[in-house]
Design a protein around this ligand. Structure first.
Ligand code: ADP
Ligand code: MG
Length: 592
């Protein structure tokens, strides 16, 4: 746990000695400040240096031997004020330092988690529950930052405990020994109660969520409760939860309130013993008083240190979640090759490609081989689940095949620089996943730095201009995941413009227009096909019109490439036609 935290702090490790130094300085200033009470009280009650006191007490007693009483008092009072002021200032800067450190580490953690998500293989990303990822990126990193704050507090309090124990020893090691022996059991008892209170606190949180559940149920099912005449039963259940909460609260509160008085009570024997010792050895009232003040003053850091340890333990699961994400073993990591690629020169080849999403599951692609010449339009058809999108996923290298090779101009995909290969591609799919921002920002996302003319060209080509021009804010209309009242078809056309503005070498349309009305879809189809020749186009669609104008058709069934050929030839075979018709009826989406 501490080890994991240290790992996060590593880039800022030089802060730690500073934290310790300031912690020691603050407590030392406070201790010496309190120590000035010794000569002050000596002066007031007219006693001399303490008999068999430790070096600190003697040093303090013997300050300014030849100064007048009034001046002495004034000097000591000022010294106390200055030292206590210094302590406050040092402590404040130390806490500021600690907060800043925790803040920076949290920021780094979030960035590291984000970078990790952008880097890991696509399969790891899609296999992890998104709720969990959101929780890690948001809640757990914050809790890790709190854990860090507690860790730093633990350091600061340890410093002040060390300083106080040191000063106690220098006041009188004998009294220190007596006090420690008597206080140890008291400390253990208090600690036990604090932990019990903490456990009760956790039980209380539990009772709170039971209560919240009941409230939700009550509000959500009001109609059902009344229709079925369940008011009384509901009231009973509610009162059960309310009672549970009350009991939990009472126990927690009682324990909490018990801690302080009990601690003070348990301190009394130690105080009395110190008093008796001081009396019998003539160590002097001033020294004894300062000693007791130190003892009393030590309570706070001791309590906070213990609290910090409990907190750290309770945050350890958050820290592990975050480190877990950062160190996830990514078995499907897709490593970029080194050969850059500017454009597709001649051919894309799938050679006996087999792929499964999970080891041991049915292959999503089985022994698929085909070749596509640059500049052609390839239609991929087949029923839902037959592996069409999987082909595309592999071509974009979201995954690597389990067997077989996909090559571009004769070079296997893994040899190519991944970024430059993806720069050759553009993709539009059926879920038009728009980013939050204006329509213009969404289109430019495809080609950062594109001009207004390019944007205009792309939206005209995707037939999005038709509806954009009718929007009051035109291209500046805001859209996004929770965006506006755009229909599915309109969103798809924006997504298509985003793909087209890249002027891609390889354009992939995976049911990219299935929510667009028939007439517009055919118009889009025609525009897009005019790009062929320069661009190589993969179209996954179910309409016969798509099939007719393609240069080549691949027919997929259960992960296998079952037929392949030119459209006229395939259209003559009834099998493909009937499959397509059935598919069409099944999954055609009503335009949003
Ligand atoms: P199509 O695009 O032709 O509808 P897909 O290529 O999406 O079909 O799916 C092919 C097979 O792979 C289906 O059985 C589907 O359930 C499975 N599959 C698709 N995506 C995943 C995934 N991310 N994880 C596991 N299985 C998947
Ligand atoms: Mg699909």
């Amino acid at each position: 746990m501490t080890h994991e935290l240290m790992h996060f702090i590593r880039p800022y490790r030089w802060w730690l000695p500073l934290l310790v130094a300031l912690g020691i300085a603050a407590s030392f200033a406070e201790g010496v400040g309190i120590g000035f009470l010794i000569p002050m009280l000596n002066t007031l009650i007219g006693s001399g240096p303490s008999g068999n006191a430790g070096p600190f007490a003697r040093f303090m007693s013997e300050l300014l031997p030849d100064t007048g009483e009034k001046q002495k008092l004034a000097i000591f009072a000022v010294a106390i004020l200055v030292l206590i002021g210094m302590k406050a200032a040092i402590l404040a800067s130390n806490l500021a330092l600690a907060t800043r450190l925790a803040g920076q580490v949290t920021r780094d953690l979030r960035m590291a988690a984000c970078r990790q998500l952008l880097q890991v293989s696509y399969s790891l990303f899609s296999d992890t529950e998104h709720g969990r990822l959101i929780n890690i990126l948001d809640v757990q990193t914050s809790r890790t930052s709190e854990a860090l704050l507690w860790f730093e507090e633990a350091i600061i309090h340890s410093c002040s405990i060390a300083v106080f124990v040191g000063l106690l020893l220098f006041l009188s090691w004998q009294m220190t020994l007596i006090a420690l022996v008597l206080l140890a059991p008291a400390f253990l008892v208090v600690r036990r109660i604090t932990r019990l209170a903490h456990q009760r606190g956790e039980a209380l949180v539990e009772a709170q969520s039971v209560m919240a559940g009941r409230i939700l149920e009550l509000l959500g099912n009001m109609r059902t409760i009344r229709i079925f005449g369940q008011e009384k039963a509901e009231e009973r259940r509610f009162s059960g939860a309310a009672e549970g909460f009350y009991q939990g609260f009472r126990q927690w509160e009682t324990l909490n309130r018990l801690v302080q008085p009990l601690a003070e009570l348990l301190y009394v024997p130690a105080f009395l013993a110190v008093f008796a010792y001081a009396w019998s050895t003539k160590i002097g009232i001033p020294t004894m008083l300062v000693f007791l003040l130190f003892l009393y003053r030590m309570q706070l850091p001791l309590k906070r240190l213990d609290q910090a340890r409990v907190k750290l333990a309770s945050y350890s699961s958050s820290v592990s979640e975050v480190t877990g994400l950062l160190r996830t073993e990514d078995t499907a990591y897709v490593e970029s090759g080194s050969t850059p690629i500017d454009r597709l020169e001649s051919v894309i080849n799938f050679d006996k490609v087999t792929f499964r999403y999970e080891p041991g599951s049915e292959p999503a692609l089985r022994n698929v081989s085909f070749e596509v010449a640059k500049g052609s339009v390839v239609a991929i058809v087949g029923k839902s689940g037959s592996g069409k999108s999987t082909l595309v996923n592999l071509l974009c290298r979201f995954y690597d095949p389990e067997a077989g090779v996909i090559s571009v101009d004769g070079k296997p995909l893994p040899e190519l620089d991944l970024h430059s290969w993806r720069r050759c591609l553009a993709f539009a799919g059926q879920d038009a996943d728009l980013i939050s921002g204006s329509i213009r920002e969404n289109v430019i996302f495809g080609q950062p730095g594109a001009t207004d003319e390019d944007v205009r060209g792309a939206v005209v080509m995707s037939h999005a201009a038709e509806f954009i021009d009718r929007l009051p804010e035109g291209l500046e209309t805001r859209v996004g995941p929770r965006g506006l009242r755009l229909s599915g078809g309109q969103r798809q056309r924006i997504a298509l413009a985003r793909a087209l503005i890249r002027k891609p070498d390889v354009l992939i349309l995976d049911e990219a227009t299935n929510a667009v009305d028939n007439v517009t879809e055919e118009a889009i189809q025609e525009t897009v096909e005019r790009l062929a020749g320069d661009a190589t186009i993969f179209v996954i669609a179910h309409r016969l019109s798509t099939l007719r104008s393609a240069h080549r058709v691949l027919v997929m069934a259960d992960g296998e490439l079952v037929e392949e050929g030119v459209p006229e030839e395939l259209l003559r075979k009834r099998s493909v036609l009937s499959g397509l018709a059935e598919f069409d009826a099944d999954s055609y989406r009503v335009p949003g």
